[in-house]
Design a protein around this ligand. Structure first.
Ligand code: CTP
Ligand code: CA
Length: 226
């Protein structure tokens, strides 16, 4: 009997993936962050490697281990993630930005632990670099994929991000949907394509979503060649 060998859809392709949250330091013991677990990005890295790609995973602080055959680089802040991504960007065929990058960081990081005082605390924040937007501006041959985790108006916001970031695909999900939030092992996403119709995928495991995304990337790379 012949067993059907798993297709290696991304053989030889260089795929750069970001995953997880970032941490923006307030003082030596405190930071500003979000609920991203990194599970979606790590699942994508694993499936891309299984599909034969040369995978570099730039990861924020998460409690997951590096998938087999993947080069994982750990970063903490949005700025560190940005610097790491820029190192690999020009040499990549595909960039998948699943990280939940903080939009703001404290203007000042206190060298010493801050002591509590009476009354309220006001911290001033400044914008971080929008990594995906920067990549969109510098895009050459790369396929650029972003994520949009929204609580409302998914289609409107996702399509805006597709345009404003010059992406080829935005993977959107409404985090209020049961089983599609942060930290879950499942996700319900919609593919918003630059050159094609939107496609709503069913609720499935993050591994299955990752497989669907690998198939989509394969199609995008094929389109690029024709
Ligand atoms: N992103 C990024 N760098 C940032 C912020 C976001 O690269 N500083 C990327 C994310 O990795 C994701 C995409 O941009 O792939 C969309 O992130 P999202 O937070 O949904 O969009 P924003 O443009 O930050 O807009 P907003 O948070 O206001 O919805
Ligand atoms: Ca954001």
């Amino acid at each position: 009997y012949f067993s059907k060998r798993k297709e290696r859809l991304l053989e030889g392709k260089k795929v750069l993936i970001t995953a997880g949250p970032t941490r923006e330091k307030i003082d030596p013991v405190r930071f500003f962050t979000n609920h991203s677990s990194g599970k979606m990005g790590y699942a994508i890295a694993k499936k891309a490697a299984e599909a034969g790609a040369e995978v570099t995973l730039i990861s924020g602080p998460v409690s997951l281990s590096s998938p087999a055959g993947v080069t994982t680089i750990k970063t903490e802040t949005a700025e560190e993630m940005y610097q790491a991504v820029m190192k690999y960007f020009h040499d990549s065929d595909v960039v998948i930005k699943s990280a939940a990058v903080a939009d703001y960081r404290p203007v000042q990081t206190n060298e010493q632990k801050m002591k509590k005082k009476d009354g309220s605390l006001i911290l001033e924040f400044e914008r971080t670099t929008d990594i995906l937007k920067t990549l969109g501006e510098q895009k050459e041959h790369q396929i650029l994929i972003g994520f949009a985790a929204e609580t409302e108006q998914l289609e409107t916001y996702a399509l805006n991000k597709l345009k404003s970031k010059n992406a080829d695909l935005i993977v959107g999900n409404n985090i209020m949907t049961e089983g599609a939030g942060f930290g879950t092992d499942t996700n319900a996403v919609t593919f918003f394509r630059k050159d094609g119709p939107a496609e709503e995928l069913p609720l499935q495991t993050k591994d299955q979503v990752a497989e669907a995304l690998i198939t989509e990337v394969h199609h995008l790379l094929k389109e690029r060649l024709t």
